[in-house]
Design a protein around this ligand. Structure first.
Ligand code: UDP
Ligand code: MG
Length: 317
């Protein structure tokens, strides 16, 4: 019997892209030898996304939708999809056709026939992206891979297909600040990478501002490495050594030459420099503490405003 695949699609203000997404994805999946359920997660859209999803669900019984009470972010949307996936395999796909549906058969082959637990995609070009954004993205991947034991692949998309084992491993990680690119790597297992050229989104615009991406990258660093904390201790220790050395130096110079120590400017520079470093690392500690606080509060990752899951369950019985 063909396998059941849960296709998870996070959507935030995607009314313009959804019709072409559905047409193209359906054309590909209809030709595949597998059953599908489509789980659209409306991440608190303010446009007609939910209306389109209701229409899709009415026209095709395989379509399920979950609509959040507000915008919780793509990570929460993906998690909601994972939680409700009933398939033997689950796949995540963006709604803007930047993840080509034509790759789905190849992804499925990797997990069903080639013995992989997941098949992931990676774009090899960043064509069509502002150069400054590509530059910072590259820097981010270089830094995080130096600092973290988990391999976080440059250009990796969230577009991937995984088996139950992989999916259950992801679900077993209950953390609130989710950085999927790291979680996918952290769980391990065997992953096949499939490369493709960057495709521009079919309609609408990207939801990622520079500031949002910056915050997301901090999220990734805090979630996957404690190297900044080690760096704080190391730099603190280094400055202790420097200050011990210079104290001895000044003391000996005074004894030998009787030089009075002159110059307030250098003293002021040293004080502001050290003050800066201390505040900087206080900020770093703060980041870790804030994440701990968020985890301890144990709030749900998302709240559902509306969904057709119950009706879909009933229809299936
Ligand atoms: N998305 C979401 N919630 C958000 C932001 C984005 O569910 O808060 C969805 C969006 O609808 C799309 C996918 O995540 O399907 C990727 O977003 P986008 O295309 O804006 O990101 P980019 O491709 O530019 O990285
Ligand atoms: Mg996109």
């Amino acid at each position: 019997m063909p396998a059941l695949i849960s296709l998870i699609v996070p959507c935030y203000n995607e009314e313009k892209a959804l019709p072409s997404f559905w047409a193209e994805t359906k054309a590909v999946t209809d030709r595949m030898d597998a059953y599908f359920e489509f789980i659209f997660v409306d991440d608190g859209s303010r446009d007609g996304t939910l209306r389109i999803l209701r229409e899709l669900a009415a026209s095709d019984s395989r379509v399920k939708y979950i609509s959040f009470s507000r915008n919780f972010g793509k990570e929460s949307a993906m998690y909601a999809g994972f939680e409700h996936a009933r398939g033997d395999y689950a796949a995540v796909m963006d709604a803007d056709l930047q993840d080509p549906p034509s790759l789905l058969p190849e992804l499925l082959r990797a997990v069903t026939q080639e013995g992989y637990d997941s098949a992931a995609t990676r774009r090899v070009t960043r064509k069509g992206e502002p150069p400054i954004r590509s530059f910072f993205a590259r820097m981010f991947y270089r830094i995080i891979n130096r600092m973290s034991d988990v391999d976080i692949v440059d250009g990796a998309r969230d577009f991937r297909l995984m088996n139950r084992k992989f999916l259950d491993a992801l679900l077993s990680m209950k953390e609130r600040s989710r950085f999927s690119k790291g979680l996918f790597g952290w769980v391990g297992f065997k992953t096949k990478w499939i490369e493709f050229e960057n495709v521009e989104r079919v309609a609408g615009e990207t939801k990622w501002s520079f500031w949002k991406l910056f915050k997301y990258s901090i999220e990734g660093i805090v979630a996957f490495t404690t190297v900044p904390l080690v760096a704080a201790s190391f730099i603190g220790f280094l400055f202790c050594l420097i200050s011990l050395g210079s104290t001895i130096f000044i003391f000996v110079r005074k004894l030998l030459f009787g030089d009075p120590v002159s110059g307030w400017a250098s003293t002021a520079c040293i004080i502001t420099f050290l003050g800066g470093i201390q505040l900087f690392f206080l900020g770093v500690f703060g980041q870790y503490l804030a994440r701990t606080y968020l985890e301890v509060k144990n709030r749900p990752l998302y709240l559902v405003g509306e969904s057709n899951l119950e009706e879909a369950e009933k229809c299936a019985q």
